[in-house]
Ligand binder design. Structure first.
Ligand SMILES: Cc1cc2nc3c(=O)[nH]c(=O)nc-3n(C[C@H](O)[C@H](O)[C@H](O)COP(=O)(O)OP(=O)(O)OC[C@H]3O[C@@H](n4cnc5c(N)ncnc54)[C@H](O)[C@@H]3O)c2cc1C
Ligand SMILES: Cc1cc2nc3c(=O)[nH]c(=O)nc-3n(C[C@H](O)[C@H](O)[C@H](O)COP(=O)(O)O)c2cc1C
Length: 650
């Protein structure tokens, strides 16, 4: 965790007197160039001359949420903050921020892929890399990095931004915070933030007494007489975009793909593994094997109705939540006008355990002082508060409904709750088909998430349960899924003659179904195709051997030159893919070291991907005659060369 950098703080100039105009017209003009706003807007952004801009690199919303929280905090400390998506701003003008007195840029940066930036931070990352001559001297900054320790390149993006800004002359005024999503990201963030604000206040010469009261960002407007054609019904972008679909389709304009196949893959067992096919005919959507499909799910109507009941509201009221800051470029927290039902069904995350800021803001609506105290305590960084949040919320996996049920005196107004809940995120799936064989169809292989909680409830994964219930026809209509494609780096070798070693237990088989189809197609075209080796793993041969027929067929017709399956529970000793790799160490070493094989790993990031990588280190040691450091360097080099690729999630 970052410590306050007292060295740098004591060297800074105190803040100018509040009455003094801090910004010349030039400043305002320059700033308007940076953020693409009109000069008049800037006056509102820069209340009292303190100016905190929180840029976020975020794929699944956490970085964005933290940025919003920090910009809201700024208000508590008498400053004015704004969260900003780097994709929407001319980041090449970043240096000019330094021309504004007492400005601070905060970067909340998540890491994705294999140490890569998020999609919305890609251009900013490229710009940082390409511009060695950029002079950022005078720019004040700090970074909070969001990552996960189970990944090889832990917080690579946040660390890079932190280092690179310094190299380009910017001034770090508070140490980087490292958030670990494998541990407790929320706790990492609040601990960092708690040290960050006093340091910033000292830096700017303002009193470090944050206003503890709740601050509303949006005001409620109920529409009693509205043309229903103007009301959002779940569209992600443009109003009526689900009725009149217009390409190109992307994250802001998803395509409604009809579901043409939805079948259970496992023959037995209490889990539900499924294969779905989405029809993209006429959409002009193109994909490659190895890409991801993103789907926008909807929440379970049972949960939505229960929330309506417990809050005692009519969910079908049409409302807008309008930003109180007229000049903000984010007018609403989700598409408005809409109904509470639509917001809770399509736009808001109601199933993940609420973050501490939600509990903090809702505490005022608990009539029992003890509940109030506990909710505020959980949002503090005091050890007792952290422990309570960990056990009562995280370990018990209480969602917002469970919190409301288990704190009966807590009765928040629904509009405030809707303001506070994070946005429901798209879910990614590794495409399980090849466009060479299925140009108009995208296949998904997924496992339904369902688990019992410590409070005796059953929690259900949003997207997988929604997908499971997507019947091919629903009351005579085609069931559809809002989707778009996210390009990936997970690609077959350019030369078909290169051998490939694919390791994908469980649903990790998904992209390899696409790879196998593609290698079969290449063969059909008369191309010479190198060795194609598959390692799959599941519990029991007769239970969850996914795509058994297709895999055995591919082996029979020579597309798969080897099919190795580890059935983990069919014998006394557990058998996993890494055990089979170890067994075949000589052959594998030859393929890798002499024949230029490409290795692909897909599935669980937390255990499997690590164990597989360790196994390759061991093989390099045992057969390649290397010591451990050489072996790890060897595998790292394969990764850099694009010969060891991972498509993993936790
Ligand atoms: C790049 C990428 C590719 C992916 N490819 C695939 C794929 O091909 N196939 C596939 O099936 N999935 C894939 N996933 C995962 C997928 O995106 C979803 O995360 C997954 O399907 C669960 O979504 P959900 O909405 O059903 O569950 P959610 O509602 O998001 O719930 C999942 C969350 O529930 C919690 N949880 C789950 N089990 C437990 C438990 N036992 N105890 C406590 N908490 C628990 C965890 O916090 C977990 O994150 C991929 C993910 C990424 C990022
Ligand atoms: C597919 C995938 C790849 C990831 N790759 C990395 C990585 O290389 N390094 C890292 O530290 N974290 C990695 N993470 C973890 C995320 O950075 C972390 O969960 C973060 O909180 C996400 O923030 P966001 O919700 O703002 O996108 C990865 C997560 C996923 C799902």
């Amino acid at each position: 965790m970052a410590d306050m950098d007292t060295e740098t703080i004591t060297h800074t100039e105190p803040m100018a007197e509040e009455e003094e105009p801090l910004f010349s017209n030039l400043d305002l003009f320059l700033f308007s160039l940076i953020v693409g706003l009109h000069v008049d807007d800037i006056l509102l952004i820069c209340v009292q001359g303190k100016n905190i801009i929180v840029f976020y690199g975020s794929q699944t919303g956490t970085g964005e949420e933290f940025a919003n929280r920090l910009s809201k905090d700024a208000q508590r400390y008498g400053m004015k903050g704004m969260a900003a998506d780097p994709e929407e701003y001319e980041m090449g003008e970043l240096s000019r921020l330094s021309e504004i007195k007492n400005s601070l840029a905060i970067f909340c940066m998540a890491t994705y892929g294999e140490g890569d930036p998020t999609d919305n931070a890609q251009d900013f990352y490229d710009w940082l890399q390409e511009n060695d001559d950029e002079d950022l001297s005078g720019l004040n900054y700090t970074v909070f990095a969001l990552g996960n320790k189970t990944y090889e390149h832990y917080n690579a993006m946040g660390k890079y931004v932190d280092k690179r800004l310094e190299e380009l002359g910017a001034k770090r005024i508070f140490d980087i915070g490292l958030g670990d999503d494998d541990g407790n990201l929320e706790e990492d963030f609040i601990s960092w933030r708690e040290q960050f604000w006093p340091a910033i206040c000292e830096h700017f010469g303002v009193e470090a007494s944050g206003d503890e009261s709740s601050i509303r960002q949006y005001e409620l407007k109920e529409h009693t007489d509205i043309n229903m054609n103007k009301v959002y019904t779940g569209e992600i972008g443009r109003l009526k975009s689900f009725e009149v679909q217009k390409p190109p389709f992307d994250s802001k304009n998803p395509f409604l793909a009809p579901v043409t196949v939805n079948r259970r893959l496992n023959k037995a067992g209490d889990r539900h593994l499924m294969h779905l096919e989405l029809d993209i005919t006429g959409s002009k959507i193109r994909y490659e094997s190895g890409d991801h499909v993103a789907v926008f799910p909807t929440n379970d109507s049972v949960l939505v109705n229960k929330l309506g009941q417990i809050l005692g509201v009519d969910l079908d009221v049409v409302i807008s939540l309008n930003n109180l800051d007229d000049e903000s470029n984010k007018k609403h927290p989700f598409p408005c006008p809409t109904t509470y039902r639509t917001a809770l069904t399509h736009y808001l995350d109601i199933t993940h355990p609420p973050r501490t800021n939600v509990l903090y803001e809702l505490a005022q609506y608990a009539s029992d002082p003890k509940d109030q105290e506990n909710m505020r305590k959980m949002a503090s960084s005091a050890p007792e508060g952290k422990a309570l949040y960990q056990s009562w919320v995280l370990d018990a996996t209480r969602n917002i409904l469970a919190v409301l049920e288990d704190m009966p005196t807590l009765k928040p107004p629904i509009d405030h709750l809707c303001e506070l809940l994070p946005r429901l995120q798209a879910r990614y799936y590794s495409i399980a088909s090849s466009s060479k064989i299925h140009p108009n169809s995208i296949h998904i292989c997924a496992v339904v998430v369902e688990y019992n909680t410590k409070t005796g409830r059953v929690n259900k994964g949003v997207a997988t349960n929604w997908l499971k219930n997507k019947l091919v026809t629903d009351n005579g209509h085609k069931s559809t899924v809002p989707m778009y494609i996210r390009k990936s780096q997970f690609r077959l070798p350019f030369k078909a003659t290169n051998p490939v070693i694919m390791i994908g237990p469980g649903t990790g088989i998904a992209p390899f179904m696409g790879f196998i189809q593609e290698r079969a197609w290449l063969k059909q075209q008369g191309k010479e195709v190198g060795e194609t080796v598959m390692y799959f793993g599941c519990r029991h041969k007769n239970e969850d051997y996914l795509y058994q027929e297709e895999l055995e067929e591919a082996e029979k017709n020579g597309v798969l030159t080897q099919l190795n399956v580890a059935f983990s529970r069919d014998q006394e000793q557990k058998m996993y893919v890494q055990h089979l790799l170890k067994k075949h160490k000589e052959d594998l070493w030859k393929l890798i070291n002499s024949d230029n094989a490409h290795i692909y790993v897909c599935g669980d990031a937390k255990n499997m991907a690590k164990d597989v990588q360790t196994t390759f280190h061991e093989i390099a040691e045992e057969i390649g005659g290397m010591v451990r450091t050489q072996a790890t360097d060897y595998i790292k080099k394969l990764m850099t060369k694009g010969r060891y690729s991972q498509d993993v999630w936790s």
